[in-house]
Ligand binder design. Structure first.
Ligand code: ATP
Ligand code: MG
Length: 225
């Protein structure tokens, strides 16, 4: 059974001290994500969903707690090894697309592969085709719509063929119809390739499309709202 656990979080605590206030955001979060699972995280604004997602992805270090990803304790690795693991095995999609403005769509998608010493132009072209942007390869981000920019960001997240994809409100800046299209695309691209998908959303209709939903409230994860 243990082998089917893709990501295991234990005892996550996160606090922020800022301007004399002590904020307890995560107060003992435990989570097991099964390989191939589509999990949505929900909860009120400010509950700590983004914080939790960034910690699960190793982008932020918790005050306390552990993350085991594919059997490895990620916070025990050195920072270079953590960066390598993230670049090779994890993909991220954010609410703001974070494309590099001076690079074309194709170059933006190729970037994570190039950072790993690979020049994966064919893969980048294929992925841009899968997200429906074969005709936009040479466009700069400023020449693309919001939905198109998010499609480029999705292709970029997948170029190194990650086993897990994280998304923080990937439809947050898009209108309802465009957002629904983006979620359909994310689910198709994760399910077709048997990836694990962990995403934060405020939208109950989108969250219902996954295998499981969890709610973050008052520092803990709950099965119901
Ligand atoms: N680096 C930081 N320093 C200080 N406080 C922070 C930091 N990051 C987050 N916080 C605070 O922690 C709390 C949780 O923030 P987080 O962004 O994780 O919430 P969220 O659930 O993602 O909210 P939203 O739904 O609005 O995106 C907030 O009150 C926020 O102000
Ligand atoms: Mg957030």
């Amino acid at each position: 059974m243990t082998s089917s656990i893709h990501l295991r979080a234990r005892g996550l605590h996160q606090t922020y001290d800022l301007a004399g206030t002590h904020l307890k955001v995560l107060q003992g979060v435990d989570l097991d994500v099964v390989r191939g699972e589509v999990l949505f995280l929900r909860g009120p604004s400010g509950a700590g969903k983004s914080t939790l997602l960034y910690i699960l992805a190793g982008l932020e270090h918790p005050r306390e707690g552990t993350i085991e990803f594919e059997g490895e304790q990620i916070f025990k690795l050195g920072s270079d090894q953590q960066a390598l693991l993230r670049n090779r095995r994890m993909g991220f999609v954010f609410q703001s697309y974070f494309l590099l403005p001076e690079l074309t769509a194709l170059e933006n998608v190729m970037l994570p592969a190039m950072l790993d010493g690979k020049k994966n132009e064919a893969k980048a072209r294929t992925l841009l085709g899968r997200v429906g942007l074969s005709e936009r390869l040479d466009h700069l981000p400023s020449q693309l719509s919001g939905g198109e920019q998010q499609r480029v960001a999705i292709a970029r997240a997948l170029v190194n063929d990650p086993s897990i994809l994280f998304a923080d409100e990937p439809t947050g800046n898009l209108d309802a119809a465009t957002g629904a299209g983006i979620i359909d695309l994310l689910l198709e691209l994760t399910r077709q390739d048997s990836r694990t998908f962990v995403a934060v959303t405020h939208d109950p209709a989108l969250a219902a499309l996954g295998d499981r939903q969890l709610y973050l409230k008052e520092g803990h994860l709950h099965q119901t709202a």
